[in-house]
Design a protein around this ligand. Structure first.
Ligand SMILES: [Zn+2]
Length: 81
């Protein structure tokens, strides 16, 4: 099977996606940098907090990941108020 080649190329793409660029400053987000995984993209944690604070006037409720993903935060979306 030639799926091995496809898999190898796919891995590179996935890594790029995982690294990604920040939705706010458009700089690369290092794999182990504190980062926020939002529904519409990935952000540096600092960038996300700054953006969120500017928009909502308070800090976002972030949940850290577990184990190896402690640098990776997800957003607890506020209930529609
Ligand atoms: Zn950023």
């Amino acid at each position: 099977m030639d799926s091995a080649n496809v898999e190898e190329q796919g891995t590179i793409d996935i890594d790029k996606m995982r690294a990604g660029t920040c939705g706010r400053c458009h700089m690369l987000v290092a794999r182990y940098a504190p980062q926020v995984i939002a529904s519409n993209g990935i952000y540096h944690r600092e960038c996300y907090e700054a953006w969120y604070f500017g928009r909502y006037g308070r800090r976002p409720a972030l949940s850290a990941g577990t184990n190896g993903d402690r640098h990776r935060f997800t957003v607890r979306e506020p209930k529609a108020a």
